[in-house]
Write a protein that binds this ligand. Structure first.
Ligand code: HEC
Length: 294
């Protein structure tokens, strides 16, 4: 009887201590730490071994450290129309980029695609040197959308014709009742040779970071939209040079393929693939499994 009372007091004390609250520097006692802290293998969190009771420390380290990706994995935003293997893959990449395809996670709605250049004049020059192609073919839709976006976002400064004489920088003309624009700096004139002959990276970098008084448009335009705007600027430049930059032909530069050409080459590729497929269906041939991995 005596012991029963003492034991129950002890049990009560043990219970209270086990659940003592945290205070100040004290973390408090945990009655069931496994419930509070995950004992799963937490990626990149080595400290959690303390709570993990399943295996040895070496095993924990092995499972929690980064592992290589499954072969063929494409990082988000890294897929490119230009890298697609065949006609069908190109079409899939296209629809994924525009956010309408089944695999639309290839390009996030906010257009976040990795851009590895930083906002310095050094990297502006580097991007200008290294980015030489528009990853999208020239289509009627991209030119039309590019025009809308250009007029909304760029034309007010760079001018609807791309000559740098936008509404915000217009000159005063009292005779016509035109008040001077209020913008303090001259926007770039895309009709100048320095812009006509520049690699496309200069435009892309300009959109990503702006320059001096021009702000960034990276948050206003998705990845695809930035390239649409650039298609449209190129078409304005080509027009001024009396050259063609359209979905039918590109006599202006080598940085983008007109859709007509892409379509024709896709049909040719598909025809070749069909011939190959029917050849490998020959029973005597027992062709090895075709693989797309390089
Ligand atoms: C509010 C006015 C304004 C708007 C809007 C604007 N820009 Fe600019 N932009 C400028 C000014 C000013 C410069 C010149 C900056 C400098 O060189 O100091 C410039 C320069 C540029 C350059 C040249 C950068 C270089 O390498 O010299 C590009 C390319 C450019 N803008 C593209 C665009 C595009 C595309 C848009 C629309 C998405 C746009 N800008 C919208 C004012 C504007």
């Amino acid at each position: 009887m005596r012991y029963t009372v003492q034991l129950s007091i002890l049990a009560c004390l043990a219970f209270v201590i086990a659940c003592s609250p945290s205070k100040g520097d004290r973390t408090g006692h945990e009655f069931m730490p496994d419930m509070t802290h995950t004992i799963g293998y937490e990626a990149n969190l080595y400290d959690y071994y303390y709570y993990n009771r399943w295996g040895t420390e070496a095993e924990y380290k092995k499972f929690a450290s980064p592992r290589t990706t499954v072969p063929g994995t494409v990082a988000r935003g890294e897929i490119s129309f230009a890298n697609a293997q065949d006609g069908t893959a190109r079409m899939e990449a296209m629809s994924a980029f525009s956010g309408v395809g089944d695999g639309s996670i290839a390009m996030t709605p906010n257009g976040h695609v990795p851009y590895y250049y930083v906002d310095t004049e050094e990297d502006r020059a580097k991007a200008t040197r290294e980015i030489t192609t528009n990853p999208f073919p020239i289509t009627d839709a991209s030119l039309a959308h590019g025009k809308d976006l250009y007029v909304i976002y760029c034309g007010i400064c760079h001018g609807v014709k791309g000559d740098g004489l936008g509404y915000l920088v217009r000159e005063e003309d009292p005779a016509k009742g035109i008040v001077a624009g209020v913008y303090p700096a001259a926007p770039a004139n895309f009709m100048l040779d320095t812009f006509v002959n520049s690699n496309v990276g200069r435009f892309y970098h300009g959109i990503m970071y702006g320059r001096n008084v021009m702000g960034s448009y990276a948050d206003k335009l998705s990845y695809k939209e930035r390239w649409d705007v650039i298609h449209y600027i190129r078409s304005l430049q080509a027009q001024a040079k009396k050259l063609e930059y359209s979905s039918k032909a590109n006599t202006f530069n080598k940085e983008a393929a007109p859709w007509a050409l892409v379509e024709a080459s896709m049909q040719k590729m598909d025809a070749t693939a069909m011939v190959k497929d029917s050849a490998s269906m020959h029973p005597a041939e027992a062709a090895p499994q075709h693989t797309n991995q390089h």
